[in-house]
Design a protein. Structure first.
Length: 532
């Protein structure tokens, strides 16, 4: 218990660093979710999500309700507490999962905890206001508690599984059943064929109870809004994913490899070991849990290959299952094998060396990166050197590799990369905006503009700009390309002009510009405007 508390505090400190920075790395749709949560708070709407003043049912309300307690304590919605709410939930659910897995398989719960958070996926999605971690962890907990119920026949495990399933459904909708029901049915079939024991009644009880509990919100919204809710949520948002623009199926596979780093390097070896173990070993009672994990991973992963709208983060719900499999197979021993140590020493050594090269390039082009901080670069170097020492010393423990991996991710995510992010709203613009009575924004992410200047901004369309600026003491922040779309641009006064990074920059563009020792071509203009 002492170790898991210490590791939890360590992880919390590592993930809290700079978490409220509006210019930090984030997911594209995070601003939308933050706006919905903010409007729910302003309207005191606890069940119906709102966006731009209208009911918006793209997702159930769980994620948007998560930070509301913090909002009420602080008296205003905030980026910091929105992200912290996801972080605290992710940490709490992972601790619960670690303790349950220890009960099932006897592994170290503290070791597994740091193992999970040393992956890029856990680190990234625990620090931003997205639904990936609640969805993945609620689904994962529902599955392992149901497995425990099948093995021990304790009703409390069934109750927990039903509760976690219902919460999972309130995060993303019916897809929770699309992941869990095939998993339980497939494992039930395997268990019947091998052990001649039928789980059908137990699965039906789980399904019906979970369906009834999770349906309350959907029935309430349908009662209040009728067909508007049904058409929007079920037809447009859920079935619409099957008719939207198609993305390559490889995105989900790439996402699994990327977000499970560094442990994704072991996925091929894990499946090879399982293949070599043969059917007889997998059919033994001692292998039930690993078989359940493989079936769960396969079902959770395959579900997200079906919609047309595929993305890298669709791999996140399946990730906990493969991580448990890797941990059981490779990390449950006191020491890692020599070959594994060699693999991860190479990994840590490569990214640490790459980080040092990155610092050298930054210092040689310091005039191109005036925002670069010598303190963060220096702290990053110290952490990288410490990580290399931790894993290259004699007989490092498995947890040392996890800590070193987490340190490398922190260095890049929180210390190095922010040096190259141009602020959405520089300090000079922020000071002007604070003194201006009415501030509007014509931008893809108006929420982050408001958080950057510390006040609410009015969300505008291009056609709204002129009338808005007729108000006394008013100004508008607008993207450069959108400014050119305004009619009669000569009637507007540009108060300030600054640059941000262009969207959709390709890797070859970056290399070409670095060779030319300039990055101006990679930047786009933004303006603070008023009427002449």
């Amino acid at each position: 218990m002492k170790n898991i508390i210490l590791f939890s505090i360590f992880i919390l400190i590592a993930l809290l660093f700079d978490i409220g920075n509006p210019d930090a790395l984030r997911q594209g749709t995070e601003g939308f979710y933050l706006q919905v949560a903010s409007e729910m708070f302003e309207r005191k709407s606890f069940l119906t999500p709102y966006y731009l003043g209208h009911p918006h049912w793209s997702k159930p309300p769980f994620l948007f309700l998560l930070p509301q307690v913090f909002y009420y304590i602080e008296g205003v919605s905030s980026l910091f507490f929105s992200r912290v709410s996801v972080l605290l939930l992710s940490l709490a659910l992972t601790v619960i999962a670690a303790r349950k897995i220890k009960e099932i398989s006897g592994i170290s719960n503290s070791g597994f905890l740091i193992f999970c958070f040393s992956t890029l996926g856990f680190f990234k999605y625990s620090r931003i206001f997205m639904m990936e971690m609640p969805l993945a962890l609620f689904g994962f907990l529902s599955a392992i508690y149901f497995f425990s119920y099948l093995e021990k026949n304790q009703k409390k495990d069934l109750v927990f599984s039903i509760v976690f399933t219902s919460l999972c459904c309130l995060v993303k909708g019916p897809v929770a059943f699309a992941m869990l029901l095939p998993t339980f049915c497939a494992y039930g079939l395997f268990h019947y064929l091998v052990f001649k024991e039928l789980y059908l009644i137990k699965i039906i009880i789980w399904f019906l109870c979970s369906l009834v509990i999770s349906s309350f919100w959907f029935l309430y919204e349908y009662h209040i809004f009728g067909k508007d809710f049904f058409n929007y949520f079920f037809l447009r948002e859920n079935l619409g994913k099957f008719s939207s623009k198609s993305y390559p199926i490889t995105h989900v596979f790439q996402g699994l490899f990327l977000y499970a780093l560094p442990w994704s390097l072991l996925i091929p070896g894990l499946f090879w070991r399982i293949y070599r173990s043969g059917i007889e070993k997998l059919s033994s009672s001692n292998s039930k849990f690993i078989v359940f994990l493989l079936i769960s991973f396969s079902c959770f992963f395959t579900v997200w290959l079906i919609p047309q709208q595929r993305s890298h983060h669709y791999a996140i719900p399946a990730m906990p299952f493969i991580l448990v499999g890797i941990y059981l197979e490779y990390f449950s021993a006191v020491n890692l094998s020599f070959n594994l140590q060699k693999i991860f020493r190479t990994y840590i050594g490569f990214f640490s060396s790459l980080g040092l090269v990155l610092v050298f390039i930054t210092l040689s082009l310091i005039d191109q990166f005036p925002e670069a901080s010598y303190i963060s670069l220096g702290a990053g170097i110290i952490l990288l050197v410490s990580s290399m020492y931790l894993v290259f010393r004699k007989s490092p423990r498995p947890s040392h590799f996890s800590i070193a991996s987490l340190a490398v991710i922190v260095v890049y995510w929180c210390l190095f990369i922010p040096n190259y992010i141009l602020p959405l709203v520089p300090n000079e613009i922020r000071e002007i905006a604070i003194k201006t009575k009415n501030v509007g924004a014509v931008h893809r992410k108006p929420y982050f503009i408001g958080q950057s200047i510390g006040k609410n901004v009015d969300i505008l369309g291009i056609d709204d700009v002129k009338n808005y600026l007729k108000k006394d003491n008013s100004a508008v922040i607008i993207d450069g390309p959108l400014f050119l779309l305004l009619k009669d641009t000569d009637k507007y006064k540009i108060l300030r002009e600054w640059k941000v990074w262009r969207r959709g920059i390709k890797g070859n563009e970056i290399l070409l510009n670095l060779k030319g020792k300039t990055v101006d071509n990679l930047r786009a203009k933004m303006f603070l405007i008023s009427l002449e």
